[in-house]
Design a protein around this ligand. Sequence first.
Ligand SMILES: *Cc1c(COP(=O)(O)O)cnc(C)c1O
Length: 745
Amino acid sequence: MNGFLEELERLEVAGKDAVTLYNEISALAMREAEGKISRRPERTAYYLSVEFLIGRSFYNNLMELGVLGETARILANKGVDINVFEEIEDAALGNGGLGRLAACFLDSAAALGLPLYGYGIRYRYGLFKQEIKDGFQVELPDDWQKYGDPWSIRRDGEKREIVFADYTATAVPYDIPIIGKRVNTLRLFQAEGSAEAEKISEYLYPADDTEEGKLLRLRQEYFFSAAAMGELVERHVKRYGRTFENFPKYNTVQLNDTHPVIAIAELIRLLTKEYNVTFPKAVQIVKQTFNYTNHTILPEALECWREELVRKILPDIADIFLKIAVMQENELKTIGYSAEEIDEMAIYRNEVFSMANLAVYIATAVNGVAALHTDILKRSLFRTAYRKFPQKFQNKTNGITKRRWLMLANPELSALIDGAIGTGWREARADHGKLLPRVKELWEAFYEVKEEKKKQLFAYIAEKEGVVIPEHFLVFAQVKRLHEYKRQLMTAFAILEIYYLLKENKLPDFRPSVFVFGAKSAPAYLRAKGIIKFINEIADLVNGDEAVNGLLRVVFVQNYNVSYAEKIVAGSDVSLQVSTAGLEASGTGNMKFMMNGAVTCGTMDGANVEIVEHAGEENNYIFGARVEDVEALKESGYDPNALLEENPLHRRAVSALVDGTFSDGGTGYFKELYDSLTVGASWHKPDHYFVIYDLKDYVDTLLRINRDSADKASFAIKQLTNTALSSYFSSDRTILEYARDIWEI
Ligand SMILES: *Cc1c(COP(=O)(O)O)cnc(C)c1O
């Protein structure tokens, strides 16, 4: 008998509140997990990321320990509903997809028994908590440790000093066990020492619109990268002595986006300054150690650091950046690159360091996160580098952990799969493709599961948001960070158009539908905040209209996070993935919905392309401009105003921003949005994201889905087919590819 369960049986619950019980049960589970932490093998992979969007650990860890069901039973016998712990924690030490990917990867590696260790920052406050007041986003601090942090182990014995020109900060490690076949750890560093030092790990993404803010950002990146590199080198020296040729043999480091790229310079600094390795030798070593994952081609997200800024707090690092830049330039000149090409790949230009170009130069492997994205990297963003080092470039299509996103989020669907093909699919290396030949006979059972998950979701939304969604409504969901390229605004216009059509009785067979939104806007991103307000204005109009609200409802859920996502992906029928083609690198939300049996309504972007490749275009709904179309439109000079002239319905929906239909509370948000579509704003052309261009096709597609859903059997079969063919999008597959092609672990 399991020690944890024995202790749980003995646990006294009388008179204890949920928080106390949560901490006591977590501590018992932690004792179990801590005892199982695996020894590091000789060759180990490290994952450096400024974000780890872990979500709630409690249920997941009990599941990974294999005791979730028994725990629920034992607690129920004691009169405690295991769901009472739902409100207690949800570590949001990340923003969105990139951070969630990091968490899924650690989970998969542990499940597969692979030694992958995470390094990041233990932010005092995670991503802000969002409330919607009067339709506006309000940001509150996320004090995620308020009820304690039973899932971390502080390691005072392994502190490390991180030196800046002006002060020193102590990096104190906290280890979070990642439970699976192996128990790996995620090590998050907390900054301590002076009040100034503590600021380094206070906030995830401090506002960087000031010099002060930018410096703090740079300090954060250096802080955890340097702590990690210090540790790797120290461990290496302990095991193998002061010899470093063999460093890459035992250590491989994955840089999750450009934020930790500074680790490259830090490792060179350590080797050259503290261990007398020559600079060229040190460069050799880092070239064999680091790999880089690119997550975006949006220019505003490709980090650049002004030399002056780096020099101010990290003069040695600035020197090393420069030396690498010179080395690269000489190398390129020698092999006959033109000034223009060298400029394009430059690590140092106009007194600025490009982290992406540095990473591409140094990394053994550079990867994109979906096939289309990797093609775009090769064709445009890194085209010159690709010509020089084609062997570096690889694709690693993202994935999601089926343990959290299917087994934990949807035990009902998991049980259905068990019933059909046995429980073997739950193993990390197994898949559930054998479900495919059974989907036709299982559609009714699946339909029941979906109805049940909807019921649960609607009950939760009613409780949290005070918005009632009647039974059986078809659920369309768009949940993800709020960004113009993700085009929540296009969905808002589409809903308005459907609303107008319903008002005029032009959609006689329309099936009752609800649109569920969840999204946080970056605090300084005013246009995104305007879109949130606009959606909420539409929600008020639609939900309050007795003539329509039996057919159409809209809800914007507050504080979208991992735990909310678990409920939404399981209870939705249609996954809205409608980014401007070419701009969503992969998406992982799309995979969560697919795995839970939702059809995708999306553009040919990111991993949507592969989703329809696997599950069939006939089982999903693809619309809108393709990458080539977008490129051609940019060439030919696209004019959204002409489309608005032609299409009165579009005109009406878009004008609603400014014609008095809605109020933005005097903020000017709506006028600004309107202008961005019709005249252009800041450095962009009008309708930079082609919202109006794709709107007609989008509305038609939504209406087609609505019609198709009338045939319950065929629609449920489409949905369940998506589940059956979703194994490719398990992060277990992704991690096996990284392990085989990049890490060689
Ligand atoms: C999966 C996930 C994301 C990423 O969603 P995309 O649709 O891929 O952008 C963002 N936030 C949370 C909370 C998630 O769980």
